[in-house]
Design a protein around this ligand. Structure first.
Ligand code: UD1
Ligand code: UDP
Length: 382
């Protein structure tokens, strides 16, 4: 039973749901919490997933403990009447950690998809670093996207035989989606596509960046928009009203800034592929952009995704206003630097993460919730 609740979990779990549906030895029942009510439903629609169970926990202005307690309460009731053989959770959201706890208390084996990411700082990203460490304590099968994430788990004494390197299922989702070249629902985006505009794609939502850091981002974008009139800045907004309040006022009147509602994943992939640079504090976008050869400037002090930085396609630039302006301006005008950062590279896998994940789950279930040494030798990414 995959359990998920937010947009990125849904995107990364969708290829696994598709693979489980094809499996002959397992039945798949999907449970969603609805933590991201509308952004979650958007993704489920795209991937034709109708959840079997929906806890519908969303509340505007929801607190972390509210998400946690409503999820645990809802899953406690669900697992009492519909007990799955394994629960799959993805990543580091509060939905995923709450689901891992609820399953653990029912002695249901927990499979952690995208296991072993670590920034080393409990408050950045917050609360994700804490969430994923808790989930690692509860999981019996850890599906690590890369060898670096496996090494993090081994350093924390997770038995190596309980870890499988799979790649990241976001690459499966991206490859399933990006080639479709879906039409944009907003005519402004079709116009940018037709004009072949140079696009700076921006997204922001991290809790630790809310407030002054995000207001600084807004000011930096306003300065870049004025200094670079031929550049088009496109910002699909997160639904969090605190994000909008911080970032929108400084840029809403700029003629070369396009503010959008959250885009359908298909449209977002197309926009990402036609962008010149991405400026973001997102986790998933750091994984997708390298596959498309789009340089990523990461508005964070650290990252639990060092692979893209090591591959040279991503750069950590923090959130200081002056630095944002300087880094974007340099990358726009330094052709050599741009060429070196825009080589497509794929540190997060080759689109087979979901099938490797489901194979590992199948072996694990046959072994009573733990995996066998045989499966570890099958991973092509070790
Ligand atoms: C959550 C995850 C974060 C992930 C991010 C992806 C936690 C603690 N955080 O953060 O790890 O990177 O999702 O986007 O699990 N809202 C809506 N409709 C929606 C979604 C959000 O209105 O469909 C608004 C609500 O006002 C809500 C706010 O956004 O209170 C914040 O949503 P929440 O899920 O609490 O946290 P995120 O910042 O989205
Ligand atoms: N995304 C999307 N529409 C948007 C913005 C992002 O579909 O308007 C996708 C993006 O391609 C990536 C995921 O959402 O797969 C990232 O979600 P987010 O940045 O909210 O969360 P994070 O990855 O930081 O947890």
């Amino acid at each position: 039973m995959p359990v998920y609740g937010t947009r990125p979990e849904a995107i990364k779990m969708a290829p696994i749901v598709a693979e489980l549906r094809r499996s002959e030895d397992m039945d798949c029942f999907v449970a969603v919490t609805g933590q991201h009510r509308s952004m979650l439903d958007q993704v489920n629609r795209l991937f034709d997933i109708i959840p079997d169970h929906d806890l519908n926990i969303f509340e505007p202005g929801q607190s972390l403990n509210g998400i946690l307690s409503r999820t645990i309460d809802g899953l406690d009731k669900l697992f009492s009447v519909n007990r799955p053989d394994a629960v799959l959770v993805q990543g580091d959201t509060t939905t995923s950690t709450a689901a891992a706890m609820a399953a653990f208390y029912h002695r249901i084996p927990v499979v952690h998809v995208e296991a072993g990411l670590r920034s080393g700082d409990p408050f950045s990203p917050f609360p994700e670093e804490g969430n994923r460490k808790i989930t690692s304590q509860l999981a019996s099968l850890h599906l690590a996207p890369t060898s670096a994430s496996r090494d993090n788990l081994i350093r924390e004494n997770v038995p190596p035989e309980d870890i499988v390197i799979t790649g990241n299922t976001v690459i499966d989702a991206l490859l399933m989606t990006v080639e479709k070249q879906v039409p944009f629902t907003d005519s402004r985006l079709e116009q940018l596509a037709a004009e072949g505009s140079r696009i700076l794609l921006v997204t922001t939502h991290r809790r630790e960046n809310l407030g002054e850091a995000m207001r600084g981002m807004g000011r930096a974008l306003a300065r870049i928009a004025e200094a670079e009139p031929n550049l088009q800045i496109v910002l699909p907004l997160h639904m969090n009203p605190a994000v909008r309040a911080a970032v929108v006022p400084a840029i809403q009147d700029k003629p070369n800034v396009t503010l959008l509602e959250p885009l359908d994943y298909g449209e977002f992939c197309r926009l990402l592929a036609m962008s010149h640079i991405v400026l973001t504090d997102s986790g998933g976008i750091q994984e997708e952009a390298p596959s498309l050869g789009v340089p990523v400037l990461v508005m964070r002090e650290n990252t639990e995704r060092p692979e893209a930085v090591e591959a040279g396609v991503a750069k950590l630039i923090g959130t200081d206003e002056e630095r944002l302006v300087a880094e974007v301006t340099t990358l726009l005008h330094d052709e050599k630097l741009y060429a070196s950062m825009s080589e497509a590279t794929n540190p997060y896998g080759d689109g087979t993460a979901a099938s490797l994940s489901v194979a590992a789950v199948s072996v694990s279930l046959r072994n009573g919730g733990r995996r066998s040494a045989h499966a570890s030798q099958r991973s092509p990414l070790t």
